[in-house]
Design a protein around this ligand. Structure first.
Ligand code: GUN
Length: 296
């Protein structure tokens, strides 16, 4: 079984991005800039934001983190976004989710200039993706990272049956639409399963490519996978494990041990899809910079 090494691919990709950033610095004196806004003190979000800033600096891009208290009003947050929309040194704006209850996440998504929406969450970007204009939008980072992995591992997708389990706006919906496109990398027949799907295993067993984005540890078991399938695990779930020093560990939505006996290729957790998400965020930020400066 082939282990799809997201850590290695993301490292290769970040090195490639750094070469381009360095070139732009030399030729224009400017570099891409990403601003991340974090509202409140959710510990998981703090770790994600720190990692995004670190990776940004590693590739030579500018990184700014704006920390706002959990009591921030929607009005104040929207005003901060508007300022960044008008700042020519900011090429990417990311507002870390989840947001506190008093803030409407959709209103925030709509407030970000689509040309700086490196998360790819704005309906204009998702709409362009659905219509197949991938070169004129930002693709949501996790699905984009999966597409990059499939491409770099030369995994045949044309005419294959791809089953996506999960229908979120961030992962499931853009993923299914990417796999549906008439692209060299995709061109699949696509099925989406979700919480109201009857008999999920009857669908997953038909998958040549199975993408699990459910958010439940070990949901996809060996009996749900067709022998030879390619299995992509988007899940990041923390479970108790007294045998580890911290008392817990990260697992995916796929029962790795069981499924690896049947799959032809699989992404591990950690070290699969996760590292790709940040790399694609940087790729989107660089692309935004290149579009803004007519460097494409
Ligand atoms: N929270 C968890 N993942 C993400 C992400 O990719 N983008 C944003 N904005 N928030 C998140």
């Amino acid at each position: 079984m082939l282990i799809i090494d997201g850590k290695k691919v993301s490292s290769d990709l970040k090195n490639e991005l750094k070469v381009r950033v360095d070139l732009h610095r030399t030729e224009t004196g400017k570099v891409p800039g990403l601003t991340v806004i974090i509202v409140g003190e959710d510990p998981a979000s703090q770790v994600y934001v720190r990692n995004k800033a670190k990776s940004c600096k590693e590739t030579g891009m500018n990184s700014t983190v704006i920390e706002m208290p959990a009591s921030t009003t929607q009005e104040v947050l929207l005003a901060a976004i508007e300022k960044l929309n008008n700042d020519p040194d900011v090429h990417g704006i990311l507002v870390q989710q989840p947001l506190p209850k008093q803030i409407d996440e959709f209103a925030v998504t709509l407030a970000i200039d689509p040309a700086k929406d490196v998360d790819g969450f704005h309906p204009e970007n998702l709409g362009r993706l659905v219509m197949g204009h991938l070169d004129k939008c930002f693709v949501s980072c996790t699905p984009y990272g999966i597409l990059e992995l499939l491409g770099r591992y030369n995994i045949e997708t044309k005419g294959k049956h791809c089953v996506v389990v999960g229908r979120s706006n961030i992962v499931g919906k853009p993923m299914a639409n990417l796999m549906l496109q008439k692209l060299d990398e995709t061109n699949c027949t696509v099925t989406i399963c979700h919480s109201a799907t009857r008999d999920i295993p009857s669908y997953t067993r038909q998958a040549d490519i199975l993408i699990a984005a459910i958010g439940k540890a070990g949901f996809i078991t060996a009996d749900m996978v067709k022998p030879g399938a390619v299995v992509i695990d988007v899940g990041i779930n923390r479970i108790d494990d007294p045998s580890t020093k911290s008392g817990s560990r990260l697992v995916g939505d796929v029962d790795y041990e069981g499924v690896s006996a049947f799959a032809s290729a699989m992404t591990p957790v950690p070290g699969g899809v996760g590292p790709m998400t940040i790399a694609m965020l940087l790729k989107n930020t660089l692309q935004s910079f290149e579009r803004a400066n007519s460097l494409q």
